[in-house]
Design a protein around this ligand. Structure first.
Ligand code: NAD
Ligand code: UDP
Ligand code: UDP
Length: 315
């Protein structure tokens, strides 16, 4: 008989978390979503609430949490610059105290625990594309530091709990991911551009638009999460998860304008400080260890995401 695993997803009401909860429920697991609803919403979970194997708990991970689970996916943390810079001290607390509490929990119940880390640990990189062995170039005192350094410290805590307490850990470094249920007002480039294009408003390109990013569709990323969680105990990461297709921000803007048949024009705005010049994952390790690579290209992923935002606007 299939025995259900009890799985905790912190940040489960957010963009990635809600897709992960859905996927785990579809696989027949018991899912506990813990979220303080800072950037996440119940709307992201509404279609799951009737499932008796799903439970939502309002809780801030900077406080201790006592529950009994077999696996933990630790996603709680605002992810977009606008949101993580709104209360930067709370952002660092969420990454650091949140990691300590979830690791303490994992230690007590002997759960396996996965950390949603980020390509931001590489900062503004001087190695391109970025392999996991690269230590990064991060400003410790800038406006992005609460997020970057918080996530770096969380990785340190994961590795020390592993070395000191033999915890089963998995650290994923996520590169820019997009898709339905992205927060419409969180200022991330894909959601911003799609909404601006749908409204025929100017597309706000920061800087000259020659900086690059690689965009991974959410379903591909979730597949990577699940595969990583299921690797043998010896494999702990860190491991890059992202789509190596690299585009300039200007290319992204033009593609979205074309796909939405928008009348929007490009509007160049000042570049925020510490904005990385380029970013692209080296996913060789994920290919070897997870037999994983993204299947959904930018055009296909954008089509689904544009449809989501177009429907949202009609509501
Ligand atoms: P999101 O903002 O949609 O989701 C984060 C969730 O965490 C939200 O539901 C929010 O309410 C919740 N949260 C924030 N602080 C909390 C706290 N103290 N206690 C409990 N819940 C809290 O962002 P997302 O894009 O879904 O990101 C999920 C995770 O993945 C984050 O840890 C983020 O750093 C990481 N990540 C995302 C991307 C990306 O491109 N989407 C890239 C790299 C890393
Ligand atoms: N913790 C928690 N849930 C648990 C067990 C621990 O939230 O089920 C918290 C606990 O409050 C502590 C943190 O996790 O602050 C780290 O726990 P650990 O056992 O590593 O450290 P200690 O309790 O010795 O400080
Ligand atoms: N960006 C932009 N216009 C916007 C929002 C973002 O040109 O309206 C740029 C931003 O400066 C950065 C890139 O798009 O170079 C990705 O930004 P995002 O905030 O989505 O992610 P991150 O910088 O964390 O990779």
């Amino acid at each position: 008989m299939h025995s259900r695993k009890r799985i905790l997803v912190t940040g489960g009401a957010g963009f990635l978390g809600s897709h992960l909860c859905e996927r785990l429920l579809n696989e027949g697991q018991d899912v506990l979503c813990v979220d303080n609803f800072f950037t996440g919403t119940k709307d992201n979970l509404i279609h799951l609430l009737a499932n008796p194997h799903f439970e939502v708990m309002r809780h801030d991970v900077t406080f201790p949490l006592y529950v009994e689970v077999d696996e933990i996916y630790n996603l709680a943390c605002p992810a977009s610059p606008i949101h993580y810079q709104y209360d930067p001290v709370q952002t660092t607390k969420t990454s650091v105290h949140g990691a300590i509490n979830m690791l303490g929990l994992a230690k007590r119940v002997q759960a396996k625990i996965l950390q949603a880390s980020t390509s931001e640990v590489y900062g503004d990189p001087e190695i391109h594309p970025q392999p996991e062995s690269y230590w990064g170039r991060v400003n410790p005192i800038g406006i992005r530091s609460c997020y970057d350094e918080g996530k770096r410290c969380a990785e340190t805590l994961f590795f020390d709990y592993h070395r000191q307490h033999q915890l089963r850990i998995k650290v994923a470094r996520i590169f820019n991911t997009y898709g339905p249920r992205m927060h419409p007002n969180d200022g991330r480039v894909v959601s911003n551009f799609i909404l601006q294009a749908l409204r025929n408003e100017p597309i706000t390109v920061f800087g000259d638009g020659t900086q690059t990013r690689s965009f991974c569709y959410v379903d591909d990323l979730i597949e990577g999460f699940i595969r990583l969680m299921n690797t043998e105990n010896e494999f702990i990461g860190p491991i890059n998860l992202g789509n190596p297709g690299e585009f300039t921000i200007l290319e992204l803007a033009e593609k979205i304008v074309e796909m939405t048949e928008s009348k929007s024009t490009i509007d160049l705005r000042p570049l925020p400080s510490d904005d990385p010049r380029q970013r692209k994952p080296d996913i060789t390790l994920a290919g070897e260890k997870l037999k994983w690579k993204p299947e959904i290209n930018l055009e296909k992923g954008l089509t689904k995401t544009i449809k989501y935002f177009a429907d949202l606007q009609k509501k």
